[in-house]
Every structure is written in C-alpha cells, then in structure tokens.
Design a protein around this ligand. Structure first.
Ligand code: ADP
Ligand code: MG
Length: 421
C-alpha cells in the first residue's frame, strides 16, 4: 500500500511525497490505522524505522480535520521526549509533514530562556513537543494549559517512564483530560516499564516489530578487544581508514568526551563534542556542524544516544561500552537509518568485559568479534600520528644532543689548540 491510497488529507500526501516517502514502513503500516481510529497504542520497533512519522501522520491528519471545523482553543497534542535535540528534530518532522495544513507545532525545552518560548506559545499552537522539565515549569507558571489535550505521545517511552522522568511525567499526566488518546513509541522496553505504561492507558493496541533482535537489521555491529589506554589509537585508525565518513563515537562521561577530542586534536583529527555539560547554544551549533558534515567526528555521551536522526552517519563507535544495556541498541541505532546501511564497532577493554556480557544477555546473542592479531594491534599504535610525533621529537632530541656533543667537542678542540699555541 502506498501513502497515496491512505485516507489522509491531500496536503499531508503532498508533503510526504516531497519528503520522498512513498510507502509506509512496517511500523507506519501497522500503527497508523489504530491511531487514526483513536486507540491507545504501545509501539515497539527498531531504531531508524520511521516511528516519528508513524505518529506524526495520523495526528496531523486528525488535528487538521478538527481545526477546519473548530476554532483554536489550545494545545491539542503533547509529545514528550528526553532531550532538547530530539525535541527540535521531532518538531521539524511535524512541521515538514504538516506544511500546508495550518496545524502548527512548536517545541519547549530547558537550557534556554523561557521568554521567547512563552511569546510563541501565546500565538497559539496545536502540537507541543517538550522535554518534561521545561514543560512542567511552564505549566506550573500557568503559561501552558493542558486541559484541551486530546493526544499524549511519549517518544522513547521506556526512557520517559524510567526513574529520571517518571515523577514529572506523572504530574503532567494528572493535568491532562482523562478522555484522551495515549501513544507510546520506543525501540526498547522491558516488562516492568510495559506494565507501568499499561497502567496509564486504556486497553492499548500493542504493536511490536522484530522483538527477537532489537538491533536494526541495517546495522552491522561488532566488538573489538582494545586496552583502555589504546582506544584513542584505534579511533584514530577508524577515522583515517574512513576519511570521508561521518563517525559518531560514544563515551562514558563528559570529561572523557573532552579528553578524546583533545587526543584527536593532537594527531591532527578535528572532532567536536556534545554532552550535558555544554550550553544549549553550543549543543545546537555542534549538531548543525555534524549534520552538515563540516566536522566528521562527533564525540558524544548518551545524551545523543536516543532518537537522533542524522543523515548518513556511516559509523558508530562505542569508544566506551554503555552502562545501560539498552543504550547499546540506541547508540548503534544512530547509524543504518531508513534504507541506509551502517557499521557499529565497540571497543571493549578487559575491565569492561562484565558490561559486554550484560549487553549480550540483553540482546540474547553474542556480538560478532573483530579479532585484531598482535602485529596488527601493535601496528595500529605504531602508525599513530602520536607515535610519529614522538619519533619526530625523539629524532630531534637525538640530533640536538649530537649537535651539543659536536659543539662541545669542537670547543674542547679549540681550547686544546689555544693551549698548544
Ligand atoms: P525511529 O524513530 O524509528 O528511530 P525516525 O522516525 O527518526 O526513526 O526515521 C528514520 C529515518 O527514516 C528518517 O530519516 C526518516 O526521514 C526516514 N523515513 C521515515 N519514514 C519513511 C518512509 N515511509 N519512507 C522513506 N523514509 C522514511
Ligand atoms: Mg525515534
């Protein structure tokens, strides 16, 4: 079935065709009809399979229809997401698919001043994409009213219902009308969170695609055993062997992100970083540069593991293994999106073996091992620009010593000659 054959508005069909979306993906095919019927849906489908449009298309269609009949009276749909970057990205998808519909979508998130957001909200909006903290603040201050909300969407639902967010989410849900449609989307979910999700909705339709292997089929992923201190040489090698490719490397902490950027800088590789310790305007600028391909290597913490859709990220490197096993799925899922293929490689140090085992248990399968023989391993370190750099300085040092010796010899010889005279 093609989008042309769907009972959705011509405006939406037009924008889908402009975006090059001809046929629905599996999750879109399965989720769009029940959402259009107004049912609650819990949808689990792998990373990069088009979950955003799976909820954006039916919601836009419904709001366009009701907007044509009724006057504006507040926010009709709230989409909650875990990060600011994801809020911007999802807003963009709604605006692209919704262009020509008069339905407007806007996002609010923390880390920036709230003034401009409030001004925009006052113009009246239909769909609000938000991170829970800022949404909660604006609701408490009375700038946002949720009493007209017809649809609540939690993207990255398992994460939104997890410890860090559940408190805000519960508070926000208590302010929504009881009569509403609730949609949960994610690539991963566990039994506990599933139960919690069910407790928040009415007899949801459950849609799960390829539950056996949570890693998207377009991602070729493997693990390589590398000592902690040698990881930088291997990252350098991946970059040098793939000079035109966009590479996203995940590290455990903000501090490590900065260290890896510095280590790459020392060997002449330009990298930028994104993590929770950066100002929002810098985070936005970094994302822009990486999206455009102005910088080809992005070093990120897990703030960028979920939902981010950057075209043609060819490689994901788990420079450090993720501490939460499901984040393995989300991180490697930043490549191989839509119809693209991607490669993911994880560097596992001996001390990370237990984490690797936990990840494999979560995936219910072993990750393919890329074996590096001893020679190759040593060559990776020897060929590093850092090693050449060290050679150079050693040679320079040797030359200098030699010159010093020569000079002192000459001096002595001169002195001797003087004495003789
Ligand atoms: P998910 O949320 O499942 O990880 P996204 O919604 O971010 O995936 O979509 C992944 C990519 O697939 C995006 O770049 C999007 O533009 C593309 N895409 C989505 N639906 C379609 C479609 N029906 N046809 C072609 N490309 C699509
Ligand atoms: Mg998504």
């Amino acid at each position: 079935m093609k989008f042309e054959d769907y009972r959705i508005s011509d405006e939406i069909k037009n924008s889908l065709s402009k975006l090059g979306f001809r046929k629905p993906t599996d999750i879109q095919f399965k989720a769009i009809p029940p959402i259009m019927k107004g049912e609650d849906v819990l949808a689990i489908a792998q990373t990069g399979t088009g979950k955003t449009a799976a909820f954006a298309i039916p919601v836009l269609d419904r709001l366009q229809f009701s907007k044509n009949r009724r006057r504006d009276d507040g926010i009709k749909c709230v989409v909650m997401v875990p990060t600011r970057e994801l809020a911007l990205q999802i807003t963009e998808v709604f605006n692209e698919i919704g262009q020509g519909t008069r339905v407007n979508t806007f996002s609010v998130f923390g880390g920036v001043e709230q003034g401009p957001q409030i001004a925009k909200l006052e113009e009246g909006i239909d769909i609000l994409v938000a991170t829970p903290g800022r949404l909660f603040d604006l609701v408490s201050q009375g700038y946002i009213k949720l009493n007209r909300v017809e649809v609540l969407i939690l993207d990255e639902a398992d994460h939104m219902l997890d410890l860090g967010f559940i408190h805000d989410i519960r508070q926000l849900i208590s302010k929504l009308p009881r009569q509403r449609q609730t949609l949960f989307f994610s690539a991963t979910i566990n039994e506990k969170i599933k139960e919690l999700a069910y407790s928040l909705v009415n007899k949801p339709v459950r849609i799960q695609i390829s539950p056996k292997d949570p890693v998207a089929k377009n991602v070729d992923h493997s693990v390589m055993y590398v000592d902690m201190d040698d990881k930088r040489f291997f990252l350098e090698r991946v970059v040098n062997e793939n000079p035109d490719k966009k590479i996203l490397a995940f590290v455990r902490t903000k501090v490590r992100a900065e260290r890896v950027v510095a280590a790459m800088d020392r060997v002449g590789i330009r990298a930028i970083s994104i993590h929770g310790g950066k100002e929002q305007k810098d985070r936005t600028e970094v994302m822009r540069q990486f999206k455009k391909g102005e910088v080809k290597l992005l070093i990120a913490t897990d703030v960028s593991a979920r939902g981010i859709d950057i075209p043609s990220v060819d490689y994901v490197v788990n420079y450090d293994l993720p501490e939460q096993p499901e984040n393995y799925v989300h991180r490697v899922g930043r490549t191989g999106r839509g119809t693209e293929k991607g490669i993911a490689i994880s560097f596992c140090a001996p001390e990370e073996k237990p984490i690797l085992e936990e990840i494999q248990e979560y995936l219910t399968k072993e990750i393919k091992v890329l074996t590096v023989d001893k020679e190759d391993y040593e060559a990776t370190i020897d060929f590093s620009a850092a090693a050449t750099y060290d050679w150079k300085s050693l040679i320079k040092e040797a030359e200098e010593t030699e010159e010093k010796i020569k000079a002192s010899k000459a001096k002595k010889a001169k002195a001797k000659a003087k004495k003789k005279k």
